[in-house]
Design a binder for this molecule. Structure first.
Ligand code: GLC
Length: 491
């Protein structure tokens, strides 16, 4: 299929989902929301920050790769790594020191809704999904202000033992404090010079300094937990994220085991409310390998239907699941990395007993589907194209206020680079007898063990911001998939 044909498919997919989105009765979204303090960093900012620290220490840390930010040198080393590789990363910090240091030395450009669940809740509400039930265990007054002021956006609260759904601005707990993450966005072409080193940033991306105060818990009150089935009566899908915030140990002696068990119970409870519900987990960069592994093996595996992740996250997931070589190939095989990426997605589908694995990469998506998924491959392709259009709209405008706004994403051209990369995968699959070139070119491939959808995506040349783009892709494609499934059921 040529690029023009893809553009046509994009137009058709958008109209299709625009018509069918209303079939989705409701969505449940949990757990993480925070305030993102976004700073687009310039060459001057980088030199200024570097002048404040010991360069030797930063260079040493670049080699040691800190997985937690304690000092400004930790921060700068991870920033340099992220800029050098053009890769997104999220690194936790457990005190407010670095936040204060950044506030002293940088002025952020914008404060926005952050956190996967927060971003996705607002997006779905703006798209007009009939009911978006968003649950944040630490909803503070300030955080609530960042939720879109829309009547279809609701937060569960228990009042006198009764479950109520109220707008987050009427549902916050005054006891909670806001959580602020710093998002350092950097652009392709930015030159970095330090201590004799010199490089040019290869790709627009960001580093997130994720604040993890000790009171953060991925949890739910007993009262709410008991009422989940009621909450779920007219909810067709759930998007869950934020598990990266689970700690191995807490000050009160509890460990991740308790939180994992509770997280699983919530998922099982959601299914009791609606046995047909589909549950998607949005993966992210998780520095702690124990938590990364437990999220995949104990929470996702067997409990969840769908997983969304980017290329680096696929490698990270494969790594903790014992596929180190494949993980290495995803990242280091250059052009042929796409073959490893596909093989990796297939591994994740089977190892984690999923129904759907959606990998988003700059320029293309690969989605692997189990044979027993009720929706046909064309329906899945429509859903992916819708997700890509949404993300393009968000990257070019900064936000989406209405489903009609998202149509601007259609004006963004399909990525030629992505299209060319897909050809490498196509040749591999044809050579292996997995499919014919015609099937590949159509983007819909059925194999005896799983189905695959490959689509080139729409890429904005100079995005307003990169943070949250992955969330728009995954949430857009997932809700569109539900819309297609529902229209199939109720023609
Ligand atoms: C993570 C970060 C948050 C950011 C989000 C974007 O949840 O903690 O700051 O807004 O990712 O996907």
């Amino acid at each position: 299929m040529h690029l023009e044909q893809w553009e046509k498919h994009y137009d058709e997919a958008f109209s299709d989902i625009k018509e069918s989105l209303d079939n989705v009765r409701g969505m449940f979204v949990a757990y993480n929301s925070n305030v993102d303090a976004i700073k687009h960093i310039s060459e001057r900012d980088v030199s200024k920050l570097l002048s404040l620290v010991d360069l030797g220490e930063v260079q040493e840390k670049i080699v040691n790769y800190p997985r937690e930010i304690v000092s400004p040198a930790d921060f700068l080393s991870r920033l340099i790594i992220a800029m050098r590789d053009g890769k997104a990363a999220e690194v936790p910090t457990y005190t407010s020191d670095i936040h204060e240091w950044l506030t002293d030395h940088l002025v952020f450009d914008d404060a926005r809704m952050g956190g996967q669940a927060g971003i996705i809740s607002n997006l779905l509400a703006h798209l007009g999904v009939r009911k978006v039930i968003s649950y944040v265990p630490w909803l503070s007054k300030e955080q609530a202000e960042y939720f879109a002021d829309l009547p279809n956006l609701l937060h569960p609260v228990i009042e006198d033992g009764v479950l109520m759904l109220k707008h987050p601005r009427q549902a916050y707990d005054p006891e909670f404090k806001p959580r602020v993450n710093w998002i350092i966005e950097f652009s392709r072409g930015l030159e970095v010079k330090y201590g004799g080193e010199h490089f040019v940033v290869p790709r627009d991306n960001r580093l997130i300094i994720s604040s993890r105060p000790s009171w953060i818990r991925i949890d739910m009150s007993r009262e709410l937990y008991d009422r989940i089935p009621k909450l779920e009566e007219d909810v067709d899908g759930a998007i869950l994220a934020g598990y990266q915030m689970i700690r191995e140990e807490y000050e009160d002696g509890t460990t991740y085991h308790e939180y994992v068990e509770r997280a699983v119970n919530v998922i099982e409870r959601l299914k009791e409310g609606n046995p047909d519900i589909r549950i998607h987990v949005e993966f992210t960069s998780i520095q702690n390998k124990t938590i990364r592994k437990t999220l995949l093996k104990d929470i996702v595996c067997r409990h969840v239907h769908s997983l969304g992740l980017d290329t680096v996250e696929v490698a990270n997931a494969l790594n903790v699941l014992g596929h180190e070589e494949l993980a290495y190939s995803v990242i280091n095989k250059g052009e042929n990395g796409i073959v490893a990426l596909y093989e990796g997605a297939v591994r994740l589908l089977h190892d984690l007993k999923l129904e759907r694995v959606h990998v988003h990469s700059l320029g293309f998506f690969i989605c692997v589907i189990s044979k027993d998924h009720p929706l046909d491959v064309e329906g899945h392709r429509t859903a992916l194209l819708f997700g890509s259009t949404l993300a393009a709209a968000q990257a070019s405008r900064g936000s989406i206020e209405h489903l009609d706004d998202a149509a601007v994403g259609l004006n963004v051209p399909v990525s030629e680079t992505g299209y060319k990369e897909l050809e490498i995968l196509g040749k591999y699959m044809v050579r292996r007898g997995i499919c014919s070139m015609d099937e590949f070119v159509d983007g819909c491939i059925c194999t005896p063990t799983h189905d695959v959808i490959v689509v080139p995506s729409k890429v904005v040349k100079d995005p307003i911001a990169t943070v949250g783009i992955g969330d728009a892709i995954s949430a857009g494609a997932f809700v569109a998939m539900l819309a297609k499934m529902k229209s199939m059921k109720y023609p």
